[in-house]
Design a protein around this ligand. Structure first.
Ligand code: ZN
Length: 480
Protein backbone atom coordinates (compact mmCIF):
# COMPACT_ATOMS: atom_id res chain seq x y z
CA UNK A 1 0.00 0.00 0.00
CA UNK A 2 1.41 3.38 -0.95
CA UNK A 3 1.40 5.71 2.05
CA UNK A 4 0.89 8.73 -0.16
CA UNK A 5 -2.06 7.77 -2.31
CA UNK A 6 -3.41 4.52 -0.87
CA UNK A 7 -2.96 2.77 -4.18
CA UNK A 8 -2.19 -0.93 -3.82
CA UNK A 9 -0.34 -1.55 -7.02
CA UNK A 10 0.78 1.70 -8.58
CA UNK A 11 -0.46 0.49 -11.86
CA UNK A 12 1.85 1.89 -14.55
CA UNK A 13 3.90 -1.26 -14.73
CA UNK A 14 0.84 -3.49 -14.39
CA UNK A 15 -1.52 -2.05 -16.93
CA UNK A 16 -4.00 -4.86 -16.97
CA UNK A 17 -4.66 -5.16 -13.26
CA UNK A 18 -6.59 -3.29 -10.63
CA UNK A 19 -9.29 -0.66 -10.84
CA UNK A 20 -11.68 -0.72 -13.77
CA UNK A 21 -11.18 3.00 -14.20
CA UNK A 22 -7.53 2.57 -15.06
CA UNK A 23 -7.18 2.37 -18.81
CA UNK A 24 -6.56 -1.29 -19.54
CA UNK A 25 -4.38 -2.51 -22.38
CA UNK A 26 -6.18 -1.21 -25.45
CA UNK A 27 -7.54 -3.94 -27.72
CA UNK A 28 -5.43 -2.76 -30.67
CA UNK A 29 -2.18 -2.62 -28.70
CA UNK A 30 0.07 -5.67 -29.06
CA UNK A 31 0.72 -7.41 -25.74
CA UNK A 32 4.08 -7.57 -24.01
CA UNK A 33 5.70 -4.43 -25.44
CA UNK A 34 8.63 -3.50 -23.23
CA UNK A 35 8.80 -6.86 -21.46
CA UNK A 36 12.31 -8.26 -21.16
CA UNK A 37 13.47 -9.82 -24.45
CA UNK A 38 10.18 -9.00 -26.20
CA UNK A 39 10.84 -7.56 -29.65
CA UNK A 40 8.81 -4.55 -30.77
CA UNK A 41 8.97 -3.05 -34.25
CA UNK A 42 7.87 0.55 -34.76
CA UNK A 43 7.23 0.34 -38.47
CA UNK A 44 6.98 2.77 -41.35
CA UNK A 45 7.23 6.20 -39.69
CA UNK A 46 9.28 9.23 -40.68
CA UNK A 47 12.21 8.53 -38.37
CA UNK A 48 14.06 11.53 -36.96
CA UNK A 49 16.81 9.80 -34.97
CA UNK A 50 18.73 12.96 -33.80
CA UNK A 51 21.89 10.85 -34.24
CA UNK A 52 23.96 11.66 -37.35
CA UNK A 53 25.55 8.22 -37.26
CA UNK A 54 22.13 6.60 -37.43
CA UNK A 55 20.61 9.07 -39.89
CA UNK A 56 17.01 9.86 -40.70
CA UNK A 57 14.54 7.87 -42.76
CA UNK A 58 11.58 9.24 -44.73
CA UNK A 59 10.10 5.83 -44.06
CA UNK A 60 11.90 3.75 -41.48
CA UNK A 61 11.71 1.19 -38.70
CA UNK A 62 12.87 1.14 -35.10
CA UNK A 63 13.42 -2.25 -33.47
CA UNK A 64 13.29 -2.53 -29.68
CA UNK A 65 14.13 -5.45 -27.43
CA UNK A 66 12.66 -5.03 -23.96
CA UNK A 67 13.71 -1.55 -22.83
CA UNK A 68 16.40 -0.98 -25.46
CA UNK A 69 16.68 0.11 -29.06
CA UNK A 70 18.49 -2.56 -31.10
CA UNK A 71 18.26 -1.26 -34.66
CA UNK A 72 17.13 1.78 -36.66
CA UNK A 73 16.96 1.32 -40.43
CA UNK A 74 14.90 1.91 -43.56
CA UNK A 75 13.42 -1.55 -43.27
CA UNK A 76 13.87 -4.21 -40.61
CA UNK A 77 12.77 -7.80 -40.90
CA UNK A 78 11.51 -9.00 -37.52
CA UNK A 79 8.63 -11.37 -38.08
CA UNK A 80 8.38 -12.37 -34.41
CA UNK A 81 8.13 -8.77 -33.18
CA UNK A 82 5.05 -6.99 -31.90
CA UNK A 83 4.35 -4.33 -34.52
CA UNK A 84 3.42 -0.71 -33.90
CA UNK A 85 2.22 0.80 -37.16
CA UNK A 86 3.88 4.22 -37.35
CA UNK A 87 2.71 5.20 -40.82
CA UNK A 88 1.65 8.84 -40.91
CA UNK A 89 3.71 9.69 -37.85
CA UNK A 90 7.05 11.24 -37.00
CA UNK A 91 9.08 8.84 -34.84
CA UNK A 92 11.64 10.59 -32.68
CA UNK A 93 13.26 10.55 -29.23
CA UNK A 94 11.08 11.75 -26.36
CA UNK A 95 11.52 15.33 -25.20
CA UNK A 96 13.71 16.20 -22.21
CA UNK A 97 12.79 18.99 -19.80
CA UNK A 98 15.81 19.91 -17.66
CA UNK A 99 14.03 21.97 -14.99
CA UNK A 100 10.41 21.71 -13.89
CA UNK A 101 8.92 22.59 -10.52
CA UNK A 102 6.35 19.81 -10.54
CA UNK A 103 5.16 20.55 -7.01
CA UNK A 104 3.30 23.56 -8.41
CA UNK A 105 0.87 21.53 -10.52
CA UNK A 106 -1.98 22.09 -8.04
CA UNK A 107 -1.46 25.85 -8.46
CA UNK A 108 -1.41 25.91 -12.26
CA UNK A 109 -1.93 29.35 -13.85
CA UNK A 110 -2.50 30.91 -10.43
CA UNK A 111 0.32 33.38 -11.12
CA UNK A 112 -0.20 33.69 -14.87
CA UNK A 113 0.20 37.48 -14.80
CA UNK A 114 2.84 37.65 -12.08
CA UNK A 115 6.52 38.52 -12.26
CA UNK A 116 9.25 37.05 -10.05
CA UNK A 117 9.49 39.74 -7.40
CA UNK A 118 7.61 42.59 -5.78
CA UNK A 119 8.93 45.68 -7.58
CA UNK A 120 6.68 48.06 -5.66
CA UNK A 121 3.96 48.45 -8.27
CA UNK A 122 0.46 47.54 -7.09
CA UNK A 123 0.12 44.81 -9.72
CA UNK A 124 3.29 43.13 -8.39
CA UNK A 125 1.78 42.56 -4.96
CA UNK A 126 0.99 39.11 -6.32
CA UNK A 127 4.44 37.85 -7.30
CA UNK A 128 6.24 34.52 -7.57
CA UNK A 129 8.78 34.93 -4.79
CA UNK A 130 6.39 36.02 -2.03
CA UNK A 131 3.50 33.84 -3.12
CA UNK A 132 4.94 30.59 -4.37
CA UNK A 133 8.14 30.33 -2.37
CA UNK A 134 7.21 32.14 0.85
CA UNK A 135 3.46 31.62 1.13
CA UNK A 136 2.60 28.33 -0.60
CA UNK A 137 5.65 26.06 -0.67
CA UNK A 138 5.94 25.96 3.14
CA UNK A 139 2.37 24.64 3.42
CA UNK A 140 2.93 21.49 1.40
CA UNK A 141 2.28 18.17 3.13
CA UNK A 142 3.77 14.94 1.72
CA UNK A 143 0.41 14.07 0.09
CA UNK A 144 0.33 17.46 -1.67
CA UNK A 145 3.82 16.85 -2.98
CA UNK A 146 2.81 13.41 -4.20
CA UNK A 147 -0.29 14.36 -6.16
CA UNK A 148 1.19 17.46 -7.80
CA UNK A 149 4.33 15.58 -8.80
CA UNK A 150 2.39 12.64 -10.22
CA UNK A 151 -0.23 14.67 -12.09
CA UNK A 152 2.39 17.03 -13.53
CA UNK A 153 4.51 14.07 -14.62
CA UNK A 154 1.61 12.31 -16.34
CA UNK A 155 0.65 15.52 -18.08
CA UNK A 156 4.15 15.75 -19.50
CA UNK A 157 4.12 12.12 -20.64
CA UNK A 158 0.91 13.03 -22.45
CA UNK A 159 2.89 15.83 -24.15
CA UNK A 160 5.76 13.51 -25.15
CA UNK A 161 8.22 14.57 -22.44
CA UNK A 162 9.88 11.29 -21.45
CA UNK A 163 12.56 12.76 -19.16
CA UNK A 164 12.40 15.53 -16.58
CA UNK A 165 14.53 17.08 -13.90
CA UNK A 166 12.19 17.90 -11.04
CA UNK A 167 13.10 20.96 -8.99
CA UNK A 168 10.68 21.11 -6.08
CA UNK A 169 11.53 23.32 -3.11
CA UNK A 170 9.38 21.39 -0.64
CA UNK A 171 11.84 19.09 1.14
CA UNK A 172 10.46 20.04 4.55
CA UNK A 173 11.08 16.52 5.92
CA UNK A 174 12.41 13.17 4.69
CA UNK A 175 8.74 12.16 4.16
CA UNK A 176 8.31 15.05 1.72
CA UNK A 177 11.38 13.91 -0.22
CA UNK A 178 10.16 10.30 -0.26
CA UNK A 179 6.75 11.45 -1.54
CA UNK A 180 8.35 13.31 -4.43
CA UNK A 181 10.46 10.27 -5.34
CA UNK A 182 7.46 7.92 -5.11
CA UNK A 183 5.48 10.12 -7.49
CA UNK A 184 8.34 10.43 -9.98
CA UNK A 185 8.70 6.65 -9.91
CA UNK A 186 4.99 5.98 -10.28
CA UNK A 187 4.65 8.29 -13.28
CA UNK A 188 6.68 5.67 -15.16
CA UNK A 189 9.09 7.91 -17.03
CA UNK A 190 12.74 8.88 -16.71
CA UNK A 191 13.33 11.53 -14.06
CA UNK A 192 16.21 13.22 -12.35
CA UNK A 193 15.08 13.89 -8.80
CA UNK A 194 16.42 17.33 -7.86
CA UNK A 195 17.05 17.44 -4.12
CA UNK A 196 16.48 21.10 -3.31
CA UNK A 197 15.75 22.96 -0.10
CA UNK A 198 12.90 22.72 2.37
CA UNK A 199 11.81 24.73 5.36
CA UNK A 200 10.87 24.15 9.01
CA UNK A 201 12.17 22.16 11.98
CA UNK A 202 11.90 18.77 10.26
CA UNK A 203 13.85 19.83 7.16
CA UNK A 204 17.01 17.75 6.68
CA UNK A 205 18.39 19.44 3.56
CA UNK A 206 21.13 19.14 2.53
CA UNK A 207 22.44 16.36 4.83
CA UNK A 208 19.64 13.89 4.06
CA UNK A 209 21.09 13.61 0.54
CA UNK A 210 23.24 10.68 1.72
CA UNK A 211 20.24 8.69 2.97
CA UNK A 212 18.24 9.51 -0.16
CA UNK A 213 21.05 8.45 -2.44
CA UNK A 214 21.55 5.15 -0.60
CA UNK A 215 17.87 4.38 -0.17
CA UNK A 216 16.50 5.36 -3.57
CA UNK A 217 19.38 5.73 -6.02
CA UNK A 218 21.78 2.91 -5.21
CA UNK A 219 21.10 1.27 -8.58
CA UNK A 220 21.94 2.82 -11.96
CA UNK A 221 19.57 0.37 -13.60
CA UNK A 222 16.38 2.38 -13.07
CA UNK A 223 14.51 5.31 -14.57
CA UNK A 224 15.32 7.65 -11.67
CA UNK A 225 18.58 9.45 -10.99
CA UNK A 226 19.48 12.12 -8.45
CA UNK A 227 20.65 15.71 -8.80
CA UNK A 228 21.82 17.88 -5.91
CA UNK A 229 20.23 21.30 -5.52
CA UNK A 230 22.87 23.91 -4.70
CA UNK A 231 21.22 27.33 -4.66
CA UNK A 232 23.78 30.08 -4.18
CA UNK A 233 21.25 32.45 -2.59
CA UNK A 234 20.95 30.08 0.38
CA UNK A 235 23.44 29.97 3.27
CA UNK A 236 24.33 26.27 2.99
CA UNK A 237 25.27 26.16 -0.68
CA UNK A 238 28.91 25.29 -0.02
CA UNK A 239 27.85 22.23 1.96
CA UNK A 240 25.36 21.29 -0.77
CA UNK A 241 27.97 21.55 -3.53
CA UNK A 242 30.42 19.48 -1.47
CA UNK A 243 27.74 16.84 -0.88
CA UNK A 244 26.89 16.71 -4.59
CA UNK A 245 30.55 16.11 -5.37
CA UNK A 246 30.92 13.53 -2.59
CA UNK A 247 27.95 11.62 -4.01
CA UNK A 248 29.16 12.14 -7.61
CA UNK A 249 25.85 13.54 -8.83
CA UNK A 250 25.17 16.71 -10.87
CA UNK A 251 24.67 19.99 -8.98
CA UNK A 252 21.88 22.24 -10.25
CA UNK A 253 20.99 25.78 -9.28
CA UNK A 254 19.09 28.85 -10.39
CA UNK A 255 21.31 31.69 -11.58
CA UNK A 256 19.12 34.76 -11.85
CA UNK A 257 20.26 38.38 -11.98
CA UNK A 258 16.89 39.60 -10.71
CA UNK A 259 17.76 38.11 -7.32
CA UNK A 260 21.11 39.92 -7.17
CA UNK A 261 23.16 36.77 -7.69
CA UNK A 262 25.80 38.22 -9.99
CA UNK A 263 28.43 39.05 -7.31
CA UNK A 264 28.27 35.59 -5.69
CA UNK A 265 28.33 33.87 -9.06
CA UNK A 266 31.36 35.95 -10.05
CA UNK A 267 33.14 34.93 -6.85
CA UNK A 268 32.47 31.25 -7.55
CA UNK A 269 33.63 31.72 -11.15
CA UNK A 270 36.86 33.36 -10.04
CA UNK A 271 37.46 30.67 -7.41
CA UNK A 272 37.34 28.01 -10.14
CA UNK A 273 34.48 26.06 -8.55
CA UNK A 274 32.54 25.35 -11.76
CA UNK A 275 32.70 21.90 -13.28
CA UNK A 276 31.08 19.71 -15.92
CA UNK A 277 28.76 18.49 -13.15
CA UNK A 278 27.07 21.92 -12.86
CA UNK A 279 23.64 22.65 -14.33
CA UNK A 280 23.08 26.42 -14.36
CA UNK A 281 19.44 27.37 -14.82
CA UNK A 282 18.47 30.69 -16.54
CA UNK A 283 21.90 32.42 -16.41
CA UNK A 284 20.23 35.79 -16.82
CA UNK A 285 22.19 38.95 -15.99
CA UNK A 286 25.58 37.27 -15.43
CA UNK A 287 28.95 38.81 -16.28
CA UNK A 288 30.98 38.00 -19.40
CA UNK A 289 33.75 36.70 -17.14
CA UNK A 290 31.42 34.23 -15.43
CA UNK A 291 29.99 33.10 -18.77
CA UNK A 292 33.50 32.38 -19.99
CA UNK A 293 34.23 30.29 -16.89
CA UNK A 294 30.98 28.37 -17.39
CA UNK A 295 32.00 27.52 -20.95
CA UNK A 296 35.58 26.64 -19.98
CA UNK A 297 34.35 24.36 -17.20
CA UNK A 298 32.05 22.48 -19.58
CA UNK A 299 29.07 23.25 -17.36
CA UNK A 300 25.54 22.92 -18.68
CA UNK A 301 23.02 25.74 -19.18
CA UNK A 302 19.26 25.21 -19.03
CA UNK A 303 17.06 27.99 -20.43
CA UNK A 304 13.37 28.52 -19.69
CA UNK A 305 12.79 31.02 -22.49
CA UNK A 306 9.05 31.76 -22.21
CA UNK A 307 9.09 31.99 -18.42
CA UNK A 308 12.22 34.19 -18.44
CA UNK A 309 10.46 36.59 -20.82
CA UNK A 310 7.15 36.48 -18.95
CA UNK A 311 8.47 36.78 -15.38
CA UNK A 312 11.41 39.20 -15.68
CA UNK A 313 14.30 36.86 -15.02
CA UNK A 314 16.12 38.96 -17.60
CA UNK A 315 16.46 38.42 -21.34
CA UNK A 316 17.02 34.73 -22.14
CA UNK A 317 20.78 34.51 -22.80
CA UNK A 318 20.40 32.11 -25.70
CA UNK A 319 22.70 33.97 -28.10
CA UNK A 320 25.27 34.47 -25.37
CA UNK A 321 25.38 30.71 -24.82
CA UNK A 322 25.61 29.95 -28.54
CA UNK A 323 28.39 32.52 -29.09
CA UNK A 324 30.50 30.68 -26.51
CA UNK A 325 29.86 27.35 -28.18
CA UNK A 326 27.50 26.18 -25.45
CA UNK A 327 24.54 24.03 -26.43
CA UNK A 328 21.72 24.73 -23.98
CA UNK A 329 18.80 22.56 -23.06
CA UNK A 330 15.26 23.86 -22.63
CA UNK A 331 13.17 23.74 -19.48
CA UNK A 332 9.58 24.50 -18.64
CA UNK A 333 10.07 25.82 -15.09
CA UNK A 334 6.71 26.69 -13.52
CA UNK A 335 3.16 25.84 -14.53
CA UNK A 336 1.79 28.48 -12.16
CA UNK A 337 2.81 30.83 -14.99
CA UNK A 338 3.41 28.87 -18.22
CA UNK A 339 2.58 25.55 -19.86
CA UNK A 340 5.03 22.65 -19.50
CA UNK A 341 5.10 21.28 -23.04
CA UNK A 342 8.26 21.37 -25.13
CA UNK A 343 6.60 22.64 -28.32
CA UNK A 344 6.07 25.97 -26.57
CA UNK A 345 9.71 25.87 -25.44
CA UNK A 346 11.10 25.16 -28.89
CA UNK A 347 8.95 27.79 -30.61
CA UNK A 348 9.81 30.43 -28.02
CA UNK A 349 13.54 29.74 -28.33
CA UNK A 350 13.64 29.78 -32.11
CA UNK A 351 11.48 32.87 -32.55
CA UNK A 352 13.38 34.81 -29.90
CA UNK A 353 16.80 34.03 -31.38
CA UNK A 354 15.63 34.83 -34.90
CA UNK A 355 13.85 38.02 -33.85
CA UNK A 356 17.06 39.39 -32.36
CA UNK A 357 19.19 38.26 -35.30
CA UNK A 358 16.67 39.48 -37.88
CA UNK A 359 16.56 42.87 -36.18
CA UNK A 360 20.33 43.15 -36.56
CA UNK A 361 20.08 42.11 -40.21
CA UNK A 362 17.44 44.75 -40.88
CA UNK A 363 19.63 47.38 -39.29
CA UNK A 364 22.47 46.42 -41.61
CA UNK A 365 24.56 44.89 -38.82
CA UNK A 366 26.45 41.63 -38.77
CA UNK A 367 24.12 38.97 -37.39
CA UNK A 368 24.56 35.48 -35.96
CA UNK A 369 23.55 32.27 -37.71
CA UNK A 370 19.82 31.81 -37.51
CA UNK A 371 18.66 28.82 -35.48
CA UNK A 372 16.86 26.19 -37.50
CA UNK A 373 14.15 23.78 -36.45
CA UNK A 374 16.58 20.91 -35.99
CA UNK A 375 18.69 23.03 -33.60
CA UNK A 376 15.85 23.58 -31.16
CA UNK A 377 14.80 19.93 -31.38
CA UNK A 378 18.38 19.12 -30.41
CA UNK A 379 18.09 21.44 -27.41
CA UNK A 380 14.84 19.69 -26.45
CA UNK A 381 16.29 16.17 -26.71
CA UNK A 382 19.99 15.22 -26.74
CA UNK A 383 21.34 18.43 -25.21
CA UNK A 384 19.01 17.90 -22.26
CA UNK A 385 20.23 14.32 -21.96
CA UNK A 386 23.83 15.56 -21.95
CA UNK A 387 23.03 18.15 -19.30
CA UNK A 388 21.47 15.56 -17.01
CA UNK A 389 24.29 13.07 -17.73
CA UNK A 390 21.78 10.70 -19.30
CA UNK A 391 23.00 10.78 -22.90
CA UNK A 392 24.23 7.18 -22.65
CA UNK A 393 20.59 6.18 -22.07
CA UNK A 394 18.36 8.64 -23.93
CA UNK A 395 18.13 11.72 -26.16
CA UNK A 396 18.53 10.03 -29.56
CA UNK A 397 17.23 6.93 -31.32
CA UNK A 398 20.51 5.03 -31.16
CA UNK A 399 20.98 1.27 -30.88
CA UNK A 400 22.02 0.49 -27.30
CA UNK A 401 20.11 3.40 -25.78
CA UNK A 402 16.81 2.89 -23.98
CA UNK A 403 13.64 3.24 -26.00
CA UNK A 404 12.28 6.65 -25.02
CA UNK A 405 10.34 7.12 -28.24
CA UNK A 406 7.43 9.30 -29.30
CA UNK A 407 5.15 9.06 -32.30
CA UNK A 408 3.77 12.40 -33.50
CA UNK A 409 0.72 12.47 -35.75
CA UNK A 410 1.74 14.00 -39.07
CA UNK A 411 -1.64 13.23 -40.67
CA UNK A 412 -3.43 15.57 -38.28
CA UNK A 413 -5.34 18.51 -39.69
CA UNK A 414 -2.81 21.02 -38.30
CA UNK A 415 0.16 19.24 -39.89
CA UNK A 416 -0.70 17.42 -43.16
CA UNK A 417 0.75 17.22 -45.72
CA UNK A 418 4.16 16.36 -44.29
CA UNK A 419 6.81 18.32 -46.20
CA UNK A 420 9.61 18.85 -43.70
CA UNK A 421 9.93 16.74 -40.56
CA UNK A 422 11.86 19.05 -38.14
CA UNK A 423 9.91 22.04 -39.42
CA UNK A 424 6.59 20.32 -38.79
CA UNK A 425 7.58 19.38 -35.25
CA UNK A 426 8.75 22.90 -34.35
CA UNK A 427 6.48 25.22 -36.33
CA UNK A 428 3.21 23.26 -36.57
CA UNK A 429 2.83 20.65 -33.87
CA UNK A 430 1.57 20.83 -30.30
CA UNK A 431 0.67 18.34 -27.61
CA UNK A 432 -2.46 17.10 -29.39
CA UNK A 433 -0.17 15.61 -32.04
CA UNK A 434 1.54 13.35 -29.49
CA UNK A 435 0.00 10.02 -30.38
CA UNK A 436 2.08 7.32 -28.70
CA UNK A 437 4.77 7.53 -26.01
CA UNK A 438 7.21 4.82 -24.92
CA UNK A 439 9.43 5.23 -21.88
CA UNK A 440 12.25 2.66 -21.75
CA UNK A 441 10.20 0.46 -24.07
CA UNK A 442 6.98 0.59 -22.04
CA UNK A 443 3.92 2.16 -23.66
CA UNK A 444 2.70 5.07 -21.49
CA UNK A 445 0.40 6.64 -24.08
CA UNK A 446 -1.25 4.74 -26.90
CA UNK A 447 -2.89 6.41 -29.88
CA UNK A 448 -3.83 9.52 -27.95
CA UNK A 449 -4.76 7.85 -24.64
CA UNK A 450 -2.64 7.97 -21.49
CA UNK A 451 -2.40 4.48 -19.97
CA UNK A 452 -2.12 3.05 -16.49
CA UNK A 453 -3.66 5.75 -14.32
CA UNK A 454 -7.14 6.74 -13.19
CA UNK A 455 -6.82 10.35 -14.28
CA UNK A 456 -10.28 11.38 -13.05
CA UNK A 457 -9.45 10.14 -9.55
CA UNK A 458 -6.06 11.83 -9.63
CA UNK A 459 -7.67 15.08 -10.77
CA UNK A 460 -10.06 15.05 -7.84
CA UNK A 461 -7.12 14.37 -5.47
CA UNK A 462 -5.31 17.30 -7.05
CA UNK A 463 -8.35 19.57 -6.59
CA UNK A 464 -8.54 18.61 -2.92
CA UNK A 465 -4.87 19.42 -2.51
CA UNK A 466 -5.39 22.75 -4.31
CA UNK A 467 -8.33 23.55 -1.99
CA UNK A 468 -6.20 22.79 1.08
CA UNK A 469 -3.31 24.95 -0.16
CA UNK A 470 -5.49 27.95 -1.01
CA UNK A 471 -7.37 27.67 2.27
CA UNK A 472 -4.22 27.31 4.37
CA UNK A 473 -2.68 30.30 2.60
CA UNK A 474 -5.84 32.35 3.19
CA UNK A 475 -6.37 32.88 -0.54
CA UNK A 476 -9.95 33.01 -1.74
CA UNK A 477 -10.39 31.24 -5.10
CA UNK A 478 -11.07 33.73 -7.90
CA UNK A 479 -11.42 32.24 -11.37
CA UNK A 480 -11.27 35.61 -13.11
ZN1 ZN B 1 13.14 27.23 -11.58
Amino acid sequence: MCKFCGNRTHAPAELAGGSGKITAVPANMPAGIGDADRLTLIRGGAVLSMDSMVGNFAKGDVLIRGAKIVEVAASIDASEAAVIDASGTVVMPGFIDTHHHQFETALRSLLADAILINDGRPESAVNYYEWMLQKFSVLYRPQDVYISELFGGLSQIDAGVTTVMDVSQIHHSPEHSDAAIAALRNAGRRAAFGYFEGWGDAAKYPGDARRIKTEHFASDDQLLTMVMGGEIYLPFHEEAWALGRELAIPIALHVVGTFGMQPVFDQLAEAGTFGPDNIFIHMTGMSDMAWKRVAEAGAHVSLSVPVEMQMRHGNPPLQQALDLGLQPSLSTDVECTMTADMFTQMRSAITLQRMLANDKALRGEDYPKLLSAIDVIRFATIEGARGLKLDHKTGTLTPGKEADVILLDANAINVAPLNHVPGSVVTLMERSNVSTVLCAGKVRKWRGVLLGHDVAKLRSDLELSRDYLLNAAGIRPDLF
